[in-house]
Design a protein around this ligand. Structure first.
Ligand SMILES: [Zn+2]
Length: 321
């Protein structure tokens, strides 16, 4: 079998995860590095290239056998030119040609895309999306992101900003969102939305065992998920409501895009069916019958390595075009 290798660079505001994968999506070697935000943009790029060199060396894969480098990054960017546009937490990287800067040392084709699109591609090639052509991937974390793959191609839109599912309004008179809209999905099922709703119920005197699961007394989606898993009724209720809000958005997406599968990833998605089952019920209730019967809602398959495998998949996708 002709084995191909790719490098994945999962860039973030606090750390950078880098790995070498083969064309089965298996990681041969990986490591993580700190993003030193006190350095200039060019210095950060150099540091990443040094780190890529180290990881390739330690993987023992000859550079000549590596087909390309894929980079996933938060923020606004141009996937055609590999240029970062706005990286909120690391502004010195704004306008830097990131893909070229990292890849030129290795004389390898290098490609940049946003981290949620990378996650969607990773699931498409190697995870829960294998065998499907029409996929919508969502990541539930601090924010809510989306990656859309239609007819096996990533859909980016006219300004490369498609997939902002977190800013789909589910309530015309809902909570104000910093994006300028009201009632954005993210305000309800993003990290703060979940925690705020939990605290609101708790302040009404509804009993809960959350304290047993809250590290340092801090109520987090993870603590809520753990408490729910242990049978805490308030936690189960808050997750069910979270799933319901998610399902409202999935119903609209089902009607508009008619996907085969929704893949749900990110920290809170680890609560599994406590969120996904209410989401499925709401989807069935609200969407047209034929597309609603077709689509399935499943958890993401690539867990801790989703960032590296997803980023590498950006190169896999580009090189197989
Ligand atoms: Zn918004």
């Amino acid at each position: 079998m002709n084995v191909k290798y790719y490098v994945g660079v999962d860039f973030g505001g606090t750390e950078i995860k880098i790995g070498v994968i083969n064309n089965k999506g298996e990681i041969l070697h990986k490591d993580k590095f700190v993003t030193d935000t006190t350095k200039s943009g060019d210095q950060i790029v150099e540091h990443i290239a040094d780190s890529v060199e180290k990881v390739i060396e330690q993987s023992r894969v000859p550079t000549t056998e590596i087909k390309g480098i894929g980079i996933g990054s938060p923020g606004l960017l141009n996937p055609k030119t590999g240029q970062l546009k706005i990286v909120t937490n690391v502004p010195q990287l704004n306008d830097i040609y990131f893909a070229e800067g990292i890849g030129k040392r290795f004389h390898l084709p290098s490609f940049l895309d946003n981290d949620v699109n990378a996650m969607a591609l990773g699931e498409f090639f190697y995870g829960a999306g294998q065998g499907y052509r029409d996929i919508i991937a969502l990541t539930l974390g601090t924010g809510v992101g989306g990656g859309i793959i239609l007819d096996s191609q990533l859909y980016r839109g006219a300004t490369f900003t498609a997939g902002e599912i977190g800013h789909m309004s589910i309530d015309a008179n809902g909570l104000y969102c910093p994006c300028g809209n009201y009632g954005c999905l993210e305000r309800y099922i993003g990290r703060d939305g979940i925690v705020t709703r939990f605290k609101m119920f708790k302040s009404k005197g509804i009993s809960t065992r959350i304290e047993e699961f809250a590290e340092n007394g801090e109520i987090t989606p993870k603590a809520i998920a753990m408490a729910a898993g242990a049978g805490d009724e308030l936690s189960i209720e808050v997750l069910a409501e979270t799933g319901k809000f998610l399902g409202i958005a999935l119903a609209s997406l089902t009607n508009i895009l008619n996907p085969e599968v929704f893949i749900i990833g990110g920290g809170i998605a680890n609560a599994g069916d406590l969120i996904l089952e209410p989401a499925r019920r709401e989807l069935i209730k609200r969407a047209y019958t034929i597309p609603a019967k077709k689509v399935i809602v499943v958890p993401a398959k690539l867990k801790n390595d989703a960032g590296i495998v997803g980023s590498a998949s950006v190169a896999v996708a580009k090189l197989s075009e």
